[in-house]
Design a protein around this ligand. Structure first.
Ligand SMILES: NC(=O)c1ccc[n+]([C@@H]2O[C@H](COP(=O)([O-])OP(=O)(O)OC[C@H]3O[C@@H](n4cnc5c(N)ncnc54)[C@H](OP(=O)(O)O)[C@@H]3O)[C@@H](O)[C@H]2O)c1
Length: 249
């Protein structure tokens, strides 16, 4: 059995990949999961090249069976789970008058429903880790638009508000089990997800994925008596204000 193990969703690029690198560096054996198999395999190979113990499992994590399969593969390979990172997500901007039902469902399933199901599937391993060291950790990637609703990103904002609310609920429900939860709430981060806005907000002005990973390093070092319910990462001066002008163009 691994000494410490973590499962990271949405780990094939951006924030999830940066967090996976950080966890590998910190000595965690890793299961990384994401949707597209070829992209995920390339990311996993990059992690293995750094010397980390990594398995990759591809699947659409909006799907319950795929979630169960990822957790089963993790359990089989590593037998323990100290850190669960629910990071997979999609953002689709649309005005309210023209919402596409398929896009609503996709964002609800990927960004929010999957988190409920990952918690449920991981409870036996998380409870075991919590009993062992009182610091089992679940990190849920929300967004600054989960703190303040954003025009044109209403459905995305609503799912991310849900992520923050569920994180708060889990901290009440699982405190006695030694399981802590943290929601990460970043503004614009330089990842493929923000390519659509980079003509208006230069990538160099955005938060770096490594900034988010450093927040995770901090969480790993907090003592059992300290829970951090939420971390906000913002660009100086705000940042998301650029969105309406993007939509207008
Ligand atoms: N970038 C930002 O400015 C920003 C700000 C706040 C919050 N966030 C949140 O941060 C998280 C990571 O996003 P990112 O910026 O790092 O973007 P990214 O580089 O596009 O990464 C998204 C990850 O999620 C995976 N994913 C998406 N849909 C999936 C599905 N149905 N099943 C399995 N995996 C799926 C992607 O895999 P595939 O590529 O194979 O689909 C990819 O690994 C998301 O939850 C996002 O909402 C991002």
């Amino acid at each position: 059995m691994a000494r410490r193990a973590a499962l990271v969703t949405g780990a094939s690029s951006g924030i999830g990949l940066a967090i996976a690198h950080l966890l590998g560096e910190e000595g965690y054996a890793l299961t990384v999961a994401a949707r597209r198999p070829v992209k995920l395999e390339a990311a996993a190979d990059g992690l293995r090249d750094c010397g980390y113990d990594v398995q990759h499992v591809a699947g659409d994590l909006g799907d319950e069976d795929a979630i169960e399969a990822v957790v089963a593969a993790h359990t089989e390979r590593f037998g323990r789970l100290d850190v669960l990172v629910n990071n997979a997500g999609v953002g689709m901007g649309e005005p309210v008058d023209g919402l596409t039902t398929r896009k609503v469902d996709l964002q609800m399933a990927t960004n929010l429903r999957s988190i409920f199901l990952f918690y449920r599937a991981c409870m036996p391993l998380l409870r075991a880790a919590g009993t062992e060291h009182s610091s089992a950790l679940v990190i849920n990637t929300a967004s600054i638009s989960g703190v303040r609703g954003e025009a044109w990103l209403g459905v995305y904002s609503a799912t991310k508000h849900g992520v923050i609310g569920y994180t708060q609920a889990m901290n009440k429900e699982l405190a006695a089990a030694g399981i802590k939860s943290t929601a990460l709430a970043p503004g614009f981060v330089d990842t493929p997800m923000t390519d659509f806005v980079k003509a208006h907000v230069p990538a160099e002005a955005m938060i770096r994925p490594q900034d988010i990973a450093e927040g995770v390093r901090f969480l790993l070092r907090t003592s059992p008596g300290c829970v951090v319910p939420e971390i906000r990462f913002e660009q100086p001066g705000g940042g998301l204000d650029a969105l309406p002008s993007v939509h207008d163009t």
